[in-house]
Write a protein that binds this ligand. Structure first.
Ligand code: CMC
Length: 429
């Protein structure tokens, strides 16, 4: 008997099967051989929240949650955050290798040269209510942008896919900045080909009148590092949504809109906004013990703490914390950092958090940096979406090139009524 197999005996029928184990994984469909009779569908696995189900094979991002390791295409996140740029990482995530100097220059020019969205977009953005949440606007804008690009439906055409991947990476920051300016009642500012990707985003956000916004180099670099840290994170809720919607051969604009809707939730990318709200509610360090007591009693969660995969310090949180110090040297210290640091210290010494292996995640400190840079709280998740766009698209491209993939369609365990006859209204009680 081969050692890379699993032997299972179904005690209902005494049937024994041997199924292959490949890279620590068994195929769920192999279990279908176990049936109680010929009409039985066969054994299925029950896994709410996909706690233990591999939905794809991927070569993009590696995470070891117990050791706190994150790598893009094999490169440690710490090295990329130190030496790379968001656009270089985007190339890496999409193509699997670091670009040569000429490929990088050409890629940067293509992206920055494509940041302008169709003029017709301005009235579309202006039609939102003045205090619409920017994340809602960006979701809707992504779906709307797809209507300007009917050729994006040709998802089996590699060249078309490349065009729309490039368009989306280039234009999501523009949509994000438009959403902000709509809320702020400011005229939209288009991209400027003389600026970098991140510099352009900051200019489209913060430029006033005719004056080009010249961000401090430290702040521009810090934002780029934050974009690197958020660029991909394998099969999380929004990325799985991108793959699920993409598996129906939906165009990438609509799929990205769906992925951003998943990101919006406070348990996922919306946590950075929720952390700031939480820190403001706590108000000062003296209130922390009472707050922690409430969390332990089940009255809400410590936002920015805990992760499905990391059972150790999130490596991104470590880098974000360092980044915060650099940013505060320029902007002055955000007073909320004192509350956040003390909250972390107390939580990490508390039995409740230790036993459950709850550590700060990427969202715990990112918000205090964004706030110090001048972004309103509602924009935090939008910033996450700008950065994650490349990860969603790299995963979408991988899905479409994977012959194992099919339309995503989980099964259910039906627990409802057996067949029964329709009851006329007068006989119901
Ligand atoms: N505060 C207090 N208790 C928590 C927290 C928290 N932040 N996170 C988990 N727990 C407890 C939870 O109550 C449960 O306790 P018990 O075993 O007594 O029932 C235990 O820890 C396991 O939690 P879980 O909900 O089963 O874990 P999960 O893997 O399903 O959830 C999570 C992961 C990220 C949704 C969760 O930790 C959470 O809600 N964190 C706060 C929101 C947050 O910061 N989200 C951002 C995640 S990182 C950015 C991203 O990629 O999205």
């Amino acid at each position: 008997m081969s050692s890379d197999t699993l032997s299972i005996t179904d005690n209902r029928t005494n049937k024994a099967i041997e199924i292959p184990i490949d890279r620590g994984t068994v195929r769920a469909t192999d279990l279908r051989q176990l049936k109680t009779d010929e009409y039985d569908f066969g054994l299925i696995t029950y896994d709410p929240g996909y706690m233990n189900t591999g939905s794809c094979r991927s070569r993009i991002t590696f995470i070891d949650g117990d050791q706190g390791i994150l790598r893009y295409r094999g490169y440690p996140i710490e090295q990329l955050a130190e030496d790379s740029t968001h656009l270089e990482c985007s190339w890496l995530l999409l193509n699997g290798e670091l670009p040569t100097r000429s490929s990088l220059t050409s890629w940067e020019n293509q992206i920055v040269g494509n940041m302008a969205v169709n003029e017709a977009f301005k009235p579309f953005m202006s039609s939102f209510w003045h205090d619409a949440h920017p994340m809602g606007m960006v979701q809707a804008a992504l779906a709307a942008l797809g209507t300007f690009h009917p050729s994006a439906k040709k998802v089996h055409d590699r060249e078309e896919r490349q065009i729309h991947i490039r368009n989306l990476i280039a234009q999501v920051p523009t949509l994000a900045a438009y959403a902000y300016r709509h809320n702020a009642g400011l005229p939209y500012v288009g991209p400027d080909s003389m600026l970098s990707y991140t510099g352009n985003f900051l200019n489209m956000m913060f430029s006033r009148g005719e004056t080009r916004h010249r961000p401090h180099q430290v702040l521009e670099r810090a934002l780029d590092v934050l974009f690197i840290l958020h660029a991909d994170h394998e099969q999380n809720c929004s990325t799985s949504t991108m793959r699920m919607v993409g598996s129906a051969m939906t165009d990438p604009y609509a799929a990205l809109s769906a992925a951003s809707a998943a990101l919006y939730g406070p348990l996922h990318g919306g946590a950075n906004e929720a952390v700031l709200t939480m820190l403001r509610e706590i108000g000062n360090k003296e209130n922390i013990p009472e707050f922690i007591k409430g969390v332990k009693a089940g009255q809400g969660r410590l936002m920015g703490f805990g992760h499905r995969v990391y059972k150790n310090y999130d490596p991104r949180a470590r880098i974000v914390k360092r980044c915060a110090d650099e940013v505060f040297e320029v902007t002055g210290r955000n007073p909320l950092i004192e509350i956040a640091s003390e909250l972390e210290r107390i939580a990490l010494e508390d039995e409740y958090f230790i036993r459950r292996k709850l550590y700060p995640n990427v969202d715990f400190y990112s918000g205090v940096i964004y706030e110090a840079m001048g972004f309103p709280t509602e924009m935090f998740t939008v910033l996450f979406a700008v950065a994650r766009t490349v990860g969603w698209l790299a995963q979408w491209e991988e899905l479409l090139c994977d012959s194992d993939q099919k339309i995503a369609r989980p099964r259910q365990i039906y627990e409802g009524e057996e067949i029964r006859d329709y009851v006329p209204m007068e006989k119901r009680h």
